[in-house]
Design a protein around this ligand. Sequence first.
Ligand code: AMP
Length: 285
Amino acid sequence: MEILKKITECKSIVDDIKKRGLTIGFVPTMGFLHEGHLSLIRKAKKECDRIFISIFVNPLQFGPGEDFKNYPRDMKRDISMAGNAGADYIFYPAAKEMYGQDFKTAVEVKELGDIMCGEYRPGHFSGVATVVLKFFNIVKPDRAYFGQKDYQQLVIIKRMVCDMNLDVKITGCPTVREKDGLALSSRNKYLSAGERKSAAVLFGCLTEAKDMIKKGEKDLEKIRKTIMTKLKKNRSVRKVDYFDFRDPGTLEHIKRVNKENRNILAAIAVRIGKTRLIDNMIIKV
Ligand code: AMP
């Protein structure tokens, strides 16, 4: 496996792979890899000839006061995990390499980037879309793999690819979870032992909402209020950013289950101590 730090280096390897008629699979990450990331790499490996992953803690997608500086990093461990999972190249640029001195462009996916997490992290999704478009232009992947764990991000990237006529197939991959349902995330490292236990509440709420819908409850606003009350009573939940039901394609609010909703996205974002955690579930009705 090769580690590439320069854009020119990466582009020349990509050109060579393309000349040989081989396909490229790409998994963008911020590193501190876990089984969730590895599941994307393994999926890419099954479908593509050469696998690139990027490890880049993207300053553009962090707001003031967020965890850019403290974001967990462990390159040595990442290299060995990525290699074992089947990555051929790690693109590991410095921020200076990506944004130079005079970077002025931003990609904005309107509306989709301003709701849900976008409401609480202004500019976040523009930072994500901008870096992902840059990666796509550097790595020129045939396929790129994203986790459903960050469902809003997946919808936004799909929108951007469609709107900008990019020749890359986006694949969403299922969320990998701990035994108690907590979605794997690099940020779980921030949780104290007590907070880690409490963090199961996210999956608990999603499951409870699913069960209520499966039992026939059509009034999603009623379910939402029940879950919000439960969350507010939970002492380890410092703040609830949102618990919402949305259309999985458009991310529009859904207030009632009706014949048109075949799938409903339940999404949650809460703060446990200082850590902001998100999760979601697609509920089939
Ligand atoms: P990150 O390093 O957190 O930016 O994540 C890189 C990619 O891994 C994104 O497409 C995430 O959605 C995906 N990912 C993160 N956590 C998980 C998980 N628990 N299961 C599946 N994919 C994940």
